[in-house]
Structure formats: structure tokens, C-alpha cells
Design a protein around this ligand. Structure first.
Ligand SMILES: Cc1cc2nc3c(=O)[nH]c(=O)nc-3n(C[C@H](O)[C@H](O)[C@H](O)COP(=O)(O)OP(=O)(O)OC[C@H]3O[C@@H](n4cnc5c(N)ncnc54)[C@H](O)[C@@H]3O)c2cc1C
Length: 416
């Protein structure tokens, strides 16, 4: 029996194929009646599960092909960001943004619109310029930006085929430094939220909702950009941390990336967690996350503050990040510069679920879109309103996979 990373989902699929070549993968898909791609199992719901078999592309050859002329890299979908980013950096290239955990596969992250933070940074899928995927018939096809339906295929939720490679837009490698500040009253955000989140390349805000205040602010600056001087502004009363921090106050920081303003490579500062450590919880956590328009961020935070006494008992930490708009149909950032409000819950599903519902009620006035890979209870009719291209995506999935080879209970719930 295979479970997800957090252990809250036991996949019903009885078999996980691990082909070592694309030809072998094509044969597996062609002969299977029901099969779905599995990444590194970091999703918190049954999105990755299949009533038939699962197939991992982690065993395909791990070569990264950098095209220095086009400034792109063709990357194996099963590769983790930890390996990819080291390899790109050695060749002088980088990605503009990274999620908090480098252990996650590129294919799984892009299929679910995984994101980091930064007002100018799109989600990780926004860097995808082409996909190679094995279709329901077992054919290998390439779709590239500009091709019909490409924007519908990148955040594909595993519904359209098994992606073998992604071509990613690159940027020149850069250095960063990260400084953590502690303690800022929530009311300060009323007038300064926009200024704060755009004060540096990547800004992440944390609160444990024990009080109306941010517990930590992680400011990531690029060394090739003017220094972030937000800490000099009179309203910024947070104090610099005097040692390395874990986002959850009091947890050991050994698993976290370098702080205290020490310069480092982009991939050693953008994620919160180091590739050679598991996060300190080691999977003993559940996640939910909701995306709202940037203009609604402060009102949404106050709406949550009003129920912080209900949130606090089942919360490890809440994180607020910013993500730039994209054109990807199933992205929660579709045509909307967004703010994400993430919740790392305790691992007690029974206690967490009523609070997830409460958070969804509080955020409903802000048309909050859930993260596809995390726990949510919003139902299909509402999701159709929140994701304006969902019906188009359902049609695309039906066209690509008329027999429902890649279908699953998760997809059936929301796409049919
Ligand atoms: C500790 C932790 C930290 C996280 N931090 C962040 C964060 O900072 N930001 C954020 O946005 N999210 C974050 N996430 C969520 C995570 O990024 C998503 O769950 C992501 O989907 C995980 O990728 P995966 O490879 O584990 O995918 P899986 O969970 O294995 O699969 C997810 C989906 O991707 C599809 N898929 C996977 N590989 C392929 C492929 N080759 N072809 C086609 N479809 C494929 C699957 O079919 C499935 O539908 C975090 C999760 C954890 C556990």
C-alpha cells in the first residue's frame, strides 16, 4: 500500500509502475485500462490516486538539456527541484521562483500550480514553455506555448497524460540573502500590505493566529537588485531575528535555508527548507491553501483574525505569499495577481476539517480559490465559478482521454 508523504491518504491503486525508459512508459500507458501519473506524493488529498494503477516517471533518464541560446532547459518531469536547481546553477542559470520544499517533483509541482512568493513571480508552471507527454493511446507528443490548448495543459492535474519532460524558461543565476523579522501587528498591514510584500524579491509572512500579529516576516533579496530598506521605515516595527528561525516559532531551524542576511545561491535561499533535511514535522502535518485577489488580502486577513480562536488549536503555522497572474486555465492565479493564505495544520484530520470549512466560509466573500493539491471542502458547482476555465478544461480532458484512462475519483468529483 502506498501513502502520500503526510500519510493521510492511502492510495487505492494497487500497483505503481516505475518504467526506466519513455518507450517502456508508453507501453505501460497503452496497455493499462486506468492509470495516473504519480510524482513525489506530496499532495494532501486524493488528487494523485487512481482506481487502477499509478506510474512514476522518476526512473526515466535524468538528463537536463540546457539550451543556452533559447535560455531554456528540457527537464525530466520526475526530477526533484533539489537536483534540478543545482544542475541549472552549475550552468549559470536559475528559475525565478521556487516552492518551500525542494524535495517535490517538477512534474507534480507544475501539474498543480505550485508556487513560491514574489509580486513579480508567477507560479512554477508559469515557466513551462513546452511539455512532452504520453497520451492515453501511448503516443508521445510535444505541445508548446502558442499551440492550441497549451494554456489548458500545463496545470494538467494528471488528467491529460503522463508528462515525461517539461521545457522551462530560465533566467541568469543570481545570489540572494534572507533576513527574518519577528512580530508585526496585523493592523500595520491595513496601510502597508502592498509596500511590505513588494519590498523585496520574495516576501513571506507568517502568523500562528495566537494574536492579531505576524509572528515572522521572511524577506528574500536579490543581491543584484537595490537593497530592501523596508526595515528602516517607521511603521516597520518588527525586529530582526537574532538566530536562524523555523517558520513555526520554537521548532529547530536546522532544516531551514540560510538566514541572517548571509548571501547564498538563489536555490539555497528561495525555499524555506533545505534539500538534505526533511521539514522538522517529518510529515506530521496537513495543508490547505486559498488564493485571493491581491486587493482583498487585508480584508481577508481580518476575516480570519475574527475566528483565530477556532483556527489556533489545530494550526501549526499560517503563511501569506504573493504570486503574479498567469494564463494557465487551471491555475488559481489565472488572470489574477494573487495573495495565497496557507495553513499548516496539525495532523488530526477530524479536528482540522471543521476549521477548514470555517476558513472557507470566511474567505468565500473574496472568491478564494483552493490549492488543487491541498485539503479543501469547496464543492464542484462553486469550483466552477472560482476557476472560470474549469468547463473548458473538463472538455479538453474528455477530448484527450475519451475512455477516462486518466480519470480518478478526484477528477470525477470536480470535472464531471
Ligand atoms: C512539506 C510540503 C511543502 C509544500 N510547499 C508548497 C509550496 O511552497 N507551494 C505550493 O504551492 N505547494 C506546496 N506544497 C504542495 C506540493 O507542491 C504539491 O502537492 C505538488 O503537487 C507536489 O508534487 P508531487 O510531485 O509530490 O505530486 P503528487 O502529489 O505525486 O501528484 C500531484 C498531481 O500531479 C500529477 N503529476 C505528477 N507527476 C506528473 C507527471 N509526470 N505527469 C502528469 N501529471 C503528473 C499527479 O497525477 C497528481 O494529479 C507542499 C507540499 C508539502 C508536503
Amino acid at each position: 500500500m502506498t501513502t502520500n508523504w503526510a500519510g493521510n491518504i492511502t492510495y487505492r491503486a494497487q500497483e505503481v509502475h516505475r518504467p526506466s525508459s519513455v518507450a517502456e512508459l508508453q507501453a505501460v500507458v497503452a496497455r493499462s485500462r486506468r492509470v495516473r501519473a504519480l510524482g513525489t506524493r506530496h499532495s494532501f488529498n486524493d488528487l494523485a490516486d487512481s482506481p487502477g494503477a499509478l506510474v512514476s516517471v522518476a526512473g526515466l533518464p535524468a538528463a537536463v538539456e540546457v539550451d543556452t541560446g533559447r535560455v531554456t532547459a528540457r527537464v525530466p518531469a520526475g526530477m526533484r527541484y533539489a537536483e534540478l536547481t543545482r544542475c541549472l546553477d552549475e550552468r549559470g542559470f536559475a528559475l525565478p521562483s521556487l516552492g518551500s520544499l525542494p524535495h517535490i517533483s517538477v512534474g507534480g509541482a507544475c501539474a498543480t500550480a505550485t508556487h513560491g512568493s514574489g509580486v513579480r513571480n508567477g507560479c512554477l508552471a508559469a515557466s513551462v514553455s513546452a511539455l512532452d507527454l504520453v497520451t492515453a493511446e501511448g503516443d508521445l507528443v510535444t505541445v508548446a506555448r502558442g499551440d492550441g490548448c497549451f494554456d489548458g495543459m500545463v496545470v494538467g492535474l494528471g488528467a491529460l497524460g503522463v508528462v515525461t519532460h517539461l521545457t522551462l524558461d530560465l533566467v541568469p543565476a543570481y545570489e540572494m540573502r534572507q533576513q527574518v523579522y519577528k512580530g508585526l501587528p496585523l493592523d500595520v498591514l491595513d496601510d502597508h500590505f502592498g509596500e511590505l510584500v513588494s519590498s523585496a524579491y520574495s516576501v513571506c509572512l507568517f502568523t500562528d493566529w495566537s494574536a492579531p500579529r505576524l509572528t515572522q516576516i521572511w524577506i528574500g533579496e536579490r543581491l543584484d537588485e537595490p537593497p530592501a530598506d523596508v526595515a528602516k521605515l517607521p511603521w516597520f516595527t518588527a525586529l530582526p531575528a537574532d538566530g536562524p528561525c523555523h517558520p513555526v516559532d520554537g521548532m529547530p531551524a536546522a532544516s531551514c535555508t540560510g538566514q541572517l542576511g548571509v548571501p547564498g545561491r538563489w536555490h539555497e535561499r528561495l525555499p524555506h527548507f533545505r534539500p538534505d533535511h526533511e521539514p522538522s514535522s517529518a510529515g506530521d502535518e496537513l495543508h490547505s491553501e486559498y488564493m485571493i485577489g491581491r486587493g482583498d488580502a487585508v480584508a481577508a486577513l481580518h476575516a480570519l483574525d475574527a475566528v483565530r480562536d477556532r483556527i489556533r488549536p489545530v494550526l501549526q503555522i499560517c503563511e501569506v505569499r504573493t504570486i503574479a497572474a498567469d494564463r494557465l486555465w487551471m491555475s488559481p492565479f489565472y488572470e489574477a495577481d494573487s495573495v495565497s493564505v496557507h495553513f499548516t495544520w496539525t495532523s488530526d484530520t477530524t479536528a482540522v476539517l471543521p476549521v477548514v470549512r470555517l476558513v472557507e466560509e470566511r474567505l468565500a466573500p473574496f472568491a478564494a480559490r483552493p490549492h488543487w493539491a491541498k485539503i479543501f471542502t469547496i464543492g464542484p458547482p462553486e469550483l466552477g465559478r472560482l476557476f472560470p476555465r474549469l468547463a473548458d478544461f473538463a472538455r479538453l480532458a474528455g477530448d484527450c482521454d475519451p475512455a477516462g484512462k486518466f480519470a480518478s475519483p478526484f477528477l470525477d468529483r470536480y470535472l464531471r
